[in-house]
Write a protein that binds this ligand. Structure first.
Ligand code: PLP
Length: 703
């Protein structure tokens, strides 16, 4: 069925005549949902007489020729949206009453009726003075309501200047100009043909099938429906506990279908930075959605992408000037790996570089290249045979109470391995990839900045491209814009101001030269890039990488792309996120959260079940060892912890026996302190065997 709602920019401007004209030429039925004023000919009668079309009975017939809400009040009638049901007809013209903001009842306007009926709108405007203001207002009101406005029909003496202005300022096309007729008859209406533009719009004016209104849905019903069709990530559906139905989120809190509140202590898989439903980011996306929602990025550019690329280049560590956009963390990694491969093919010819080097335990995503370079994280057994060759460097792990000499020995050992490896394979190696400072999915394993700097400089001396996977560590998580900034800081200001986690960035004993440049050649971001609102990834490259793709030969270009490359909504969200991060108060929040973690970790580290306490910026983690409870990935311990904490309003997701916090920056200190106390109590109970919500499940929970 095709249907159109005819509304006016004002009352008494020729809506009914226009409707008759449309019904006549388009061979449509006519429906007037609300008729006010029953003396004399009704609008339905007028249209039936002029167009000879079928008309459908009004939902409300009101006696007085007033605004519907007043007329209804006089008649003692209450107009209700639920009483408006679109009559069935192959084609239908629906005529409103007056303009868009005409009230039908308390808090119900004509726009609400349009939304209720899910119809696109054609506005009828007059051609004379005042029309620009009225028409622009009406078009904007429709836009704000997300109602499609197909265009405007102007009634009255021709006024080309006004027509031009309406198109320009209202942003909608003029579909027809109807002259004032001396005599309105079927013949005179027939004599005015539909302009091509209007006929074309009518042809495409498919009525939206009104979506079924979701019935108020009890929690159980949601879970049942989920089970029927949703396939969840990292989940064994047969044994997993019922998913938690979340219906709303604000700041650091999530609310379930019963209204119960949870602290999102893991920022919804590490993506959220400024709290859920942050109004600044929400507004930026909304504005963008109404102006340019998507356009292909090959051969085309747009301001949000340009501005975002500029901002990323500005805030990234020095020299990363070129930005390739993609859709998520894994694709940002794929792009980086492909850049590295083709960099060498372009430089040396094909077939020479066959290896990648990565850190043991590193995780880089779930697409094939990301899986290959993250293979040692042991998430990918079924795919082993399909993964390309990657070698792994031992990862020297830092935690607060770790013996300094022991850690240093590990670091030296790892660097020794690297040197030996490079002596053998520097000519076959395409690139090195690392999650700098923190291996997230591995269990929030941390490395010292001094060690990472040394690894980077070693590789750079051999001309091997270094890829930083900052998908998790970017945008303030580590206390600086990027983890990479800790390396340059180590170098430049080692003896000057010490950061709160100085023991992580210290380590001068590895003795690197201050002339070495520690910035990566390629840097991947995603997760926090959009503040946790939109899926988006970006891969930043240094000029020497970018330049290796410049040639007269198309084959030397990076022939890679995604349908939604540089999606304007994602760019708008990312820009809003970056503007928030450019405000000092966010960094005050970050510093305050760092301090809270330090203090609370200090207290919790005295708990007998808590081991290997570690922190980097706003990321805090520790391992749990409870005698008699296994702590591996498939373990009851992690499952039980998660369920018990959830019960107490705390969303955490243990990685094996590692418990960690990555909270939104805006999380109030007292909420974090409460969370630590809750964790402490739950650990007490676990140790004394009280918490026995006998978890029948044996879910393999990864992260
Ligand atoms: C999450 C993550 C990825 C993968 O990102 P997705 O958006 O989940 O594909 C890659 N690298 C790191 C370090 C991550 O934490």
């Amino acid at each position: 069925m095709q249907a159109i709602f005819i509304s006016g920019t004002d009352t008494n401007i020729g809506k009914t005549i226009t409707s008759a004209w449309l019904a006549l030429h388009w061979q449509a039925d006519y429906w007037k949902p609300v008729q006010s004023g029953l003396d004399g000919e009704s609008d339905s009668e007028t249209v039936a007489r002029l167009a000879g079309c079928k008309t459908h009975a009004e939902a409300y017939r009101l006696q007085s020729p007033l605004s519907p809400h007043q007329s209804a009040a006089i008649d003692g009638v209450q107009i209700e949206l639920d009483n408006f049901m679109l009559p069935a007809a192959p084609r239908l013209i629906v005529e409103g009453a007056g303009g868009l903001m005409v009230p039908l009842a308390e808090k119900v306007l004509i726009t609400d009726l349009i939304t209720h009926l899910h119809l696109p709108v054609i506005l009828v405007a007059r051609s004379t003075l005042g029309t620009i203001n009225h028409t622009v207002l009406s078009a904007k009101a429709l836009k704000a309501n997300s109602t499609p406005c197909l265009g405007v029909i102007v009634v009255g003496p021709s006024n080309p200047e006004n027509v031009k202005s309406i198109e320009r300022y209202a942003g909608v096309p003029i579909l027809a100009e109807l002259p004032l007729l001396e005599e309105v008859t079927t013949e005179s209406l027939k004599a005015i043909p539909l302009p091509m533009k209007l006929a074309h719009v009518l042809k495409r004016a498919a009525a939206f099938e009104p979506p079924a209104l979701p019935a108020p849905d009890p929690a159980m019903r949601l879970v049942e429906r989920d089970r029927a069709h949703c396939w969840h990530p990292f989940t064994q559906a047969q044994t997993a506990a019922a998913p938690l139905p979340i219906v709303r989120a604000e700041g650091p809190y999530l609310f379930d279908v019963h209204g119960k509140r949870y602290l999102d202590a893991v920022s919804s898989w590490w993506v959220n930075l400024h709290g859920h439903s942050n109004p600044v980011i929400a507004q930026a996306i909304s504005w963008q959605a109404h102006h340019l929602e998507q356009v292909m990025f090959a051969g085309i550019t747009h301001p949000p992408a340009i501005e975002l690329a500029e901002k990323l280049a500005q805030h990234a560590p020095g020299g990363l000037q070129h930005v390739f956009f993609s859709d998520n963390g894994s694709t940002a990694i794929e792009v980086a790996l492909k850049m590295a491969c083709q960099y060498w093919v372009n430089m040396e010819g094909p077939g020479k570089r066959t290896r990648f080097l990565a850190m043991r335990g590193g995780y880089h995503g779930d697409t094939f290249g990301a899986m290959a370079t993250g293979r040692s994280s042991n998430f990918y057994e079924p795919f082993e045979n399909w993964l390309f060759k990657t070698d792994f460097l031992p990862t020297p792990l830092y935690w607060k109470s770790r013996d300094e000499a022991e850690l240093l020995a590990d670091e030296k050992q790892s660097l020794h391995c690297l040197k030996q490896y490079l002596a053998k394979h520097a000519r076959d190696l395409a690139a090195f990839i690392i999650e700098p400072l923190i291996q997230g999915a591995a269990g929030m394993h941390m490395m010292r900045a001094g060690y990472v700097a040394q690894v980077v400089s070693e590789l750079k001396q051999h001309g091997i491209p270094v890829i930083f996977d900052e998908v998790m560590t970017g945008f303030g998580r580590t206390g600086k814009w990027f983890a990479a900034h800790h390396l340059t800081a180590t170098n430049a200001t080692r003896s000057a101001t010490q950061t709160p986690h100085q023991s992580m960035s210290g380590n001068s004993s590895l003795g690197h030269s201050s002339l070495v440049n520690f910035t990566p050649d390629i840097l991947c971001v995603s997760k926090g890039l959009t503040g946790g609102f939109m899926p988006m990834g970006a891969t930043l490259a240094a000029p020497h990488i970018y330049n290796a793709f410049l040639s007269d030969d198309v084959g030397k270009a990076l022939l890679h792309g995604h349908s939604y490359t540089a999606n304007p909504l994602g760019c708008a969200a990312a820009l809003a996120n970056i503007r928030l991060l450019e405000r000092e108060h966010v960094w005050n929040e970050i510093r305050a959260q760092q301090t809270t973690h330090s203090m609370e970790l200090e207290k919790l580290s005295e708990h007998p079940a808590v081991k290997r306490v570690r922190q980097c910026g706003t990321v805090a983690a520790f391992d749990i060892e409870v005698p008699g409870l296994e702590g591996g990935y498939g373990s009851k311990l992690s499952q039980r912890l998660r369920e018990t904490l959830l019960d107490r309003g705390l969303l955490m997701r243990p990685l094996g026996n590692t418990l960690y916090f990555i909270a939104p920056y805006c999380t109030p200190a007292h909420d974090l302190i409460d969370a630590y106390e809750t964790v402490g109590r739950v650990l007490d109970e676990l140790m004394s065997g009280v918490t026995g919500k006998n978890s029948s499940t044996d879910e393999t929970q990864m992260f």
